[in-house]
Design a binder for this molecule. Structure first.
Ligand code: GDP
Length: 525
């Protein structure tokens, strides 16, 4: 395989995640994208997964749904000469550290916002992770077919709430029942909204930005208003700045309706023009690994446990950072320096055609794992050691006390906890006062997976007592005095033996800061 071919293949890759608050329309938009990619059959599977009104306790059923979820958590398709990988970042009960870590494996993000609701909490959290990574973020203001907030308000919310410059690529002409179309300054045209009419219809603009020739929008006050706003933005708004977009300091904003399939393809086309191909990755050996390096490398960003007790295996999701994956290849697992043959692998090709079945930098592969991999592991080929930077840990917000139901089974309890914590599935803390175990997670699902796996993989029934949400803040051991612990906080140590307080609420944290003004408290990401 020549360099040229690898170069070509890599430059076609666009790997991104869609971030949003539940119900903003992520699933609907994903389905539209899959339809453009010709993955008609697959589109239903996204819905199937979503319709999960399952009882939370019923893991077998969840596993059945998850059978779909495993493959739909990475969706790959071809569109207009590009190979697109969409990584799912679940919301709701599915929310976990995985959701955050998935954002470590993408090259850009699409932020979907419900135009009636504006920016919601989950969007904000996910946005902050993308911002921290400095990746490009594209915004889709969804549900334009309904009455929503004023477009001006939505755009300024991006700046005021998220602190990112906004650059509207198009502007709605009305909304809800009076939605007429999009004034598309990027493509220099008006896109008409014509429900029930096949295909997309455009009216080209002249050099002044007016619609050329006679048209149905002439003299329409809704169009005039939209045009006026767009003119105002062109004069007084932000300048289009590709460098800022590349660093995540400016977000191109698109309007549309996923449900009405309006503006989605316009968005996708513009997105593909602007979104980056896979970039370089920094290593702890102080090297920059280029995606077109012939040597293969990648890192594990997510491990999905198989909930079926008959099949203990798990899937380790690997983002390929360089080179080309070949089935059966031997790689070095950096953490242990042992060689592992990659023979049992899933590729996430939705439209499988044998001749295109190849994975290169930018793609995701799923390794069937029997316990070799941990989150954050690097794998590579070649003699030179490669260790990608550690994946960040996220501050847990939910906590549970945990103990073994059967005191006679302490051994399996400890073994299970140790392994699951190592795998990165959950955080473990030990109280200073009594040495009791406390688990921390960013989402409820992590606890449920933990409980289920303890039972099924380690034959250990656990007792879990919810403690609700807490604020975790680390303290410099030098500054720690155990007397600082009070009824409003719990002093614990993490698995690195670093001390931290779990504060009951912000009030308790503020009270502490007032009492110990010289003590520095830090959060993780
Ligand atoms: P997710 O939770 O972000 O994946 O949201 P879904 O895609 O499941 O959408 C949530 C709800 O909003 C569903 O009932 C969708 O049919 C609806 N929805 C999504 N996009 C639009 C849209 O553009 N217009 C309207 N009116 N409803 C939409």
């Amino acid at each position: 395989m020549s360099d040229k071919k690898l170069n070509e293949d890599v430059s076609k890759r666009r790997t991104f995640a869609i971030i949003s608050h539940p119900d903003a329309g992520k699933t609907t938009i994903t389905e539209q994208l899959l339809l453009f990619g010709g993955i008609v059959r697959e589109a239903g599977t996204v819905k199937a997964r979503k319709s999960g009104n399952f009882a939370k306790s019923d893991w077998m059923e969840i596993e059945q749904k998850r059978g779909i979820s495993v493959t739909s958590s990475v969706m790959q398709f071809d569109y207009e000469g590009k190979r697109i990988n969409i990584l799912d970042t679940p919301g709701h009960e599915d929310f976990s550290e995985d959701t955050y870590r998935t954002l470590m494996a993408v090259d850009s993000a699409v932020m979907v916002i419900d135009a009636a609701k504006g920016i919601e909490p989950q969007t904000k959290k996910l946005f902050q992770i993308c911002k921290m990574r400095g990746i490009p973020i594209f915004t889709f203001m969804n549900k334009l077919d309904r009455d929503g907030r004023e477009p001006m308000e939505l755009v300024s919310q991006l700046e005021d709430v998220l602190g990112i410059e906004a650059y509207p690529m198009n502007w709605p002409i009305g909304s809800g029942r009076i939605l007429k179309g999009l004034y598309d300054r990027h493509n220099h045209r008006v896109e008409l909204f014509e429900p029930g009419v096949e295909g997309r219809h455009f009216l080209p603009l002249d050099d002044e930005g007016n619609i050329k020739g006679d048209n149905q929008l002439e003299g329409d006050s809704i169009y005039d208003d939209a045009k006026e706003e767009m003119d105002l933005i062109s004069e007084a708004g932000n300048e289009f700045d590709p460098d800022k977009i590349a660093n995540g300091d400016q977000t191109p904003v698109f309007f549309g309706s996923a449900l009405a399939n309006f503006g989605v393809q316009t968005f996708l086309d513009a997105y593909l023009e602007m979104a980056p191909a896979p970039g370089q990755h920094q290593t702890l050996q102080d090297k920059e690994i280029q995606p077109i390096d012939e040597k293969f490398s990648g890192f594990v960003f997510k491990i999905q446990a198989n909930m079926n007790p008959h099949h203990r295996d798990r899937i380790a999701f690997v983002r390929i950072c360089s080179g080309r994956f070949e089935k059966g290849m031997d790689v070095t697992l950096d953490r242990t320096k042992r060689d592992i043959r990659l023979s049992n692998v899933t590729e996430f090709m939705a439209n499988t055609r044998e001749n295109v079945k190849t994975a290169v930098a930018g793609d995701i592969i799923g390794l069937y794992d029997t316990g070799n991999f941990q989150i954050g592991d690097t794998i590579y080929t070649g003699k030179d050691e490669v260790t990608f930077e550690k994946l960040p840990q996220f501050t847990p917000e939910l906590f549970m006390r945990v103990s073994a139901k059967n005191v006679m089974k302490q051994k399996s309890f400890h073994k299970g906890i140790k392994q699951l914590v190592q795998e990165g599935a959950i955080q473990l803390y030990t109280t200073y006062s009594t040495g009791q175990y406390i688990l921390g997670a960013v989402g409820q699902l992590q606890f449920e997976v933990f409980k289920f796996r303890m039972q099924n993989e380690y034959n250990s029934d656990v007792l879990m007592e919810p403690m609700g949400s807490k604020i975790a803040r680390w303290i410099d051991p030098e500054q720690l005095d155990e007397k600082m612990s009070s009824s409003r906080n719990i002093l614990v140590r993490d698995t690195n033996d670093d001390p931290l307080f779990l504060f009951e609420n912000q009030f308790a944290e503020r009270w502490f800061k007032g009492k110990y003004p010289d003590v520095k408290l830090t959060a993780k990401l």
